[in-house]
Design a protein around this ligand. Structure first.
Ligand code: EPU
Length: 337
């Protein structure tokens, strides 16, 4: 077991923020993970997957455990379904392309989302009309207190929009060690209802798309407006899209009749935070090395040497401007540490 000290986390978070971990270890097996949890190196642990949804604002005085357990197992369920058991350290996008290559349908709309399989359920990753909860049947977690493994069903994960039990009552209780996805082998449910995909496929003259066509279209759309973390540090959407009541929506809609919105349930409306920020004149805004992305206002970027504090200051500024202009509060979907 090699535990490093004062290790830079710059390469372990997609924002590229340079903070140090007091102790750091990459674990590649369940037994190693158990051993680390049993050790008394430090009383606090921080679990790190792909580092794509975290903003470090200071050095981490803890034992950082980088989950790097790899491996995918397949179980054919019937003529039309396969169950994949995916270990937490598998890169999410590589998994999507593995499925596309094998013609396993269900996660093609989630192409190019940064991060790892094991952290995907925490915020119930979603894009272009699909969320991981639509295909996830369960996950295996390790109870941090006892080291025991436990199976959680999808229902027990209590998924919501960018939300799950792992962000709420089970926060700090479990480590997800693997996830189970039920995917289709033949009768794929091709989801192109999200406007951008339809347009992208039509402009490529693709009218009967395969899952590969959908994945390729999503990749093209994302590449056209979302920055590649390898080139420009970022954590994807920084804020959640706010959900407001029908009463608040009436006021908002009267003042901004052209703003996009989605009705959720009977009495609530979701407003794209990207539009709110953009329409407040902040798209492309930059302060030092912290900025609002030029092509998608929901994404904050690190142009080079921004600190986590620089990014968070920018986020506060944006929240204030949005609240002043629309009376709507937007909250980060990124974990701030
Ligand atoms: N918009 C603007 N200006 C902007 C950004 C967006 O006017 O700068 C408008 C768009 O024109 C569109 C609407 O806002 O009418 C929605 O934009 P988009 O379709 O790009 O989606 P989003 O709501 O900004 C959400 C997810 C993304 C996901 C896309 C596609 C959240 C917080 N974000 O973004 O997820 O890729 O939908 O499904 O729900 C992520 O979580 O990291 C992420 C990228």
């Amino acid at each position: 077991m090699i535990i490093e000290e004062h290790k830079s986390l710059k390469d372990y978070n997609t924002f590229g923020i340079d903070v140090n971990a007091r102790y750091f270890i990459s674990v590649t097996s369940i037994s190693q993970l158990r051993e680390v949890l049993n050790s008394d190196v430090h009383k606090t642990h921080l679990l790190l997957g792909g580092g794509s949804n975290i903003l470090f604002t200071k050095d981490v005085d803890a034992l950082v455990i980088h989950m790097d357990i790899k491996g995918i197992k397949e179980e054919v369920l019937d003529d039309n379904h396969v169950l994949l058991h995916i270990n937490a350290g598998e890169n999410w996008h590589n998994l999507v392309r593995y499925c596309v290559d094998k013609n396993y349908g269900g996660i093609e709309n989630l192409s190019l989302i940064p991060g790892n399989a094991g952290t995907a359920p925490i915020q119930n990753i979603g894009a272009y009309g699909v969320e991981i909860k639509d295909v996830l049947v369960g996950c295996t977690v390790m109870d941090i207190a006892t080291g025991e493994l436990k199976e959680l069903t999808a229902k027990e994960c209590e998924f919501g929009y960018r939300d799950s039990i792992f962000k709420n009552k089970a926060k700090g209780k479990y480590i997800i060690v693997s996830i189970e996805l039920k995917l289709t082998r033949k009768e794929h449910h091709i989801r192109t209802d999200y406007g951008a995909i339809q347009n992208e496929l039509e402009s490529a003259n693709c009218f009967t798309p395969t899952i590969r066509d959908v994945s390729d279209a999503v990749i093209r759309i994302r590449q056209s407006k979302l920055p590649n973390p390898k080139e420009l540090g970022n954590g994807g959407s920084f804020f959640k899209n706010p959900v407001i009541s029908a009463k608040e929506f009436d006021v908002f809609h009267n003042a901004h009749p052209n703003a996009p919105y989605y009705k959720v349930g009977e009495k609530e409306y979701k407003i794209p935070a990207g539009w709110l920020i953009d329409n407040a004149g902040l798209k492309g805004y930059r302060k030092g090395d912290a900025g609002v992305h030029k092509k998608q206002a929901l994404v904050l970027v690190n142009y080079n040497a921004a600190s986590g504090k620089d990014i968070i200051q920018l986020a506060y500024y944006i929240q204030e401007k949005v609240a002043d202009k629309y009376g709507i509060t937007i909250v980060p979907e990124i974990n701030i540490l």
